[in-house]
Design a protein around this ligand. Structure first.
Ligand SMILES: CC(C)(COP(=O)(O)OP(=O)(O)OC[C@H]1O[C@@H](n2cnc3c(N)ncnc32)[C@H](O)[C@@H]1OP(=O)(O)O)[C@@H](O)C(=O)NCCC(=O)NCCS
Length: 227
């Protein structure tokens, strides 16, 4: 449970051979009842927009979608960086990043996307991530050394989380690809962004992770229920 009274219901799993028999519902009800018992005021979890089992459990138990973050991906060699002004871009500390997020539109509530998860902004502590900003956007670079709970990138991947003006986010991504990635080690770059930035970021060469633009994009969905 986070210090703000939010119970984070992570990692529900049912053996494949026993799925679709009602076990997931009972399991989630148990977690909700336990959260109420220990004094949580809200329950949350996140899931992929393509995890239909998990989304249908959320609906059944009265969770509502609170926010979503779109996911795009590219092989590092297929990215075509756009132009940016180096003098506009600066690296900042974890603490400074927290202050800048407060000036950005991160959607309802204070949860911040950290790749395949969300974290309350005050809990954002990660000495191994890199943050960069220009005047209109902020970017977090997460790699295998970063503290991204509960999942993190594989050794050959980085995750880039951006908030802010779409054109400014695409400049920050371009700077990061040019200056902050070791191309000997990293092959895959995943970007987590707001829907408004999708067009700009696709222009850099990023695609839906399925590599098929006809399919629905993947998003990391945060669901919430008042207890
Ligand atoms: C998500 C999960 C826990 C659901 O468990 P479950 O025991 O199969 O769920 P239930 O039998 O209680 O089903 C609840 C609802 O989900 C639906 N559902 C379950 N799996 C589904 C699937 N793969 N696709 C579509 N709907 C699904 C059921 O049909 C039911 O809805 P309905 O009554 O409207 O038809 C299970 O599929 C699982 O372990 N998945 C892999 C791990 C995972 O993704 N966990 C969630 C992490 S966020």
């Amino acid at each position: 449970m986070f210090s703000n009274g939010v119970a984070w219901l992570e990692g529900g799993r049912v053996k494949v051979s026993h799925q679709k028999k009602g076990i997931g519902r009972v399991q989630l009800k148990y977690a909700i009842d336990y959260a109420i018992k220990v004094g949580a005021r809200v329950a949350q979890y996140d899931t992929s927009s393509r995890n239909f089992g998990s989304l249908s459990l959320a609906k059944f138990h009265g969770f509502k979608e609170k926010k979503r973050t779109e996911v795009l991906e590219s092989d590092i060699n297929d990215i075509n960086p756009t132009e940016y002004d180096l003098s506009d871009i600066r690296k900042i500390s974890n603490e400074e990043a927290k202050e800048i997020y407060k000036t950005m539109d991160i959607g309802p509530g204070d949860e911040l996307n950290i790749g395949w998860s969300y974290i309350p902004l005050p809990n954002l502590e990660d000495k191994n991530s890199l943050w960069v900003t220009n005047s209109d956007a902020i970017l977090q670079k997460i790699d295998i050394r970063s503290r991204a709970l509960p999942e993190k990138p594989r050794e050959n991947e980085v995750w880039i989380v951006v908030y802010g003006d779409p054109a400014a986010t695409s400049q920050l991504i371009s700077y990061t690809v040019d200056h902050e990635l070791n191309k000997e080690e990293i092959n895959i770059v995943a970007v987590y962004c707001q829907a408004e930035a999708l067009t700009h970021i696709k222009e850099l060469g990023f695609k839906n992770p399925s590599w098929n633009d006809d399919e629905e994009p993947i998003a990391v969905v945060l669901v919430e229920k008042d207890l």
